[in-house]
Write a new protein. Structure first.
Length: 256
């Protein structure tokens, strides 16, 4: 019999999580995805809706609720996940690191890139308005601090290229797509659900096997990405995919 669990994630990553679960549903579990409000672009920097959502969902999902986020879920663990709770918090330093290699994220930012997720891009006008920008002030701001916009393209936004082009034109800044897919996110999610099933997740007692599991997840990620090559049809696609895999896994400064 399947157990029902809930995955609470920011609305910016909802499509990616749903895609991963549709393509690789975890055996023996029925996963329900619920999105909370994105808070990384506005004060106070944490979701105002999340505590209420958790209170409503706890009785409905005794098998577990997994909360995924970054600073938007900071401080909620002690309030919402006491010992023995069915709520598991998975907090990352930056949500972008769920999509590809963290070193690549650091390198892009160090070189002046402003990173975008497809979910954020889809709501970019509202996000800029929440920041208090009109076109003139937004252009002035990003001209000072951003060399380029980089979309970490997971393939979940059908018209991502067109929306990115329009966004870049609106702000008068260069932009490019970096295809990352959802494979890396899928491996992270698999490990998060494993932690919940074995009691290793944040809020539970520590487990010395977690570093080993993380290393195994890294190996699994490499093999999963390499397995994508079997589905390619020609040499050009294969070469492009190999370069993408190298960027995701190793974040090289340049590829010769």
């Amino acid at each position: 019999m399947e157990s029902s669990i809930c995955i609470l994630v920011c609305e910016n990553l909802r499509r990616e999580i749903e895609t991963v679960l549709q393509e690789n549903p975890p055996p023996g579990r029925c996963c329900h995805v619920v999105a909370f409000d994105a808070a990384c672009h506005k004060a106070p920097g944490r979701s105002l809706r999340l505590p209420k959502l958790l209170a409503e969902l706890k009785p409905a999902f005794p098998a577990g609720i997994h909360v995924i986020g970054s600073n938007c879920i900071a401080g909620l663990q002690q309030e919402q996940a006491p010992a023995g709770s069915n709520v598991f918090f998975h907090r990352t330093a930056a949500c972008f690191a769920l999509l590809c290699n963290a070193a690549l994220i650091d390198d892009l930012i160090a070189h002046g890139a402003h990173l975008l997720s497809p979910g954020w891009l889809a709501r970019s006008k509202q996000n800029l308005a929440d920041w208090g920008f009109d076109q003139t002030t937004a252009r002035a701001f990003f001209r000072e601090c951003t060399r380029e916009f980089v979309l970490l393209d997971t393939g979940t936004l059908p018209d991502a290229a067109e929306q990115l082009q329009a966004f870049a034109a609106y702000l008068d800044r260069p932009a490019r797509r970096l295809p990352v897919g959802t494979e890396v996110l899928g491996l992270h999610l698999r490990e998060m659900l494993r932690q919940g099933a074995t009691g290793d997740a944040t809020g539970s007692k520590p487990d010395n096997t977690v570093p080993v599991a993380r290393q195994l997840a890294d190996y699994a990620m490499a093999f999963d990405l390499i397995a994508r090559l079997d589905r390619l049809q020609n040499e050009e696609q294969t070469a492009r995919a190999i370069l993408e895999i190298m960027q995701i896994l190793f974040a090289p400064a340049r590829v010769i």
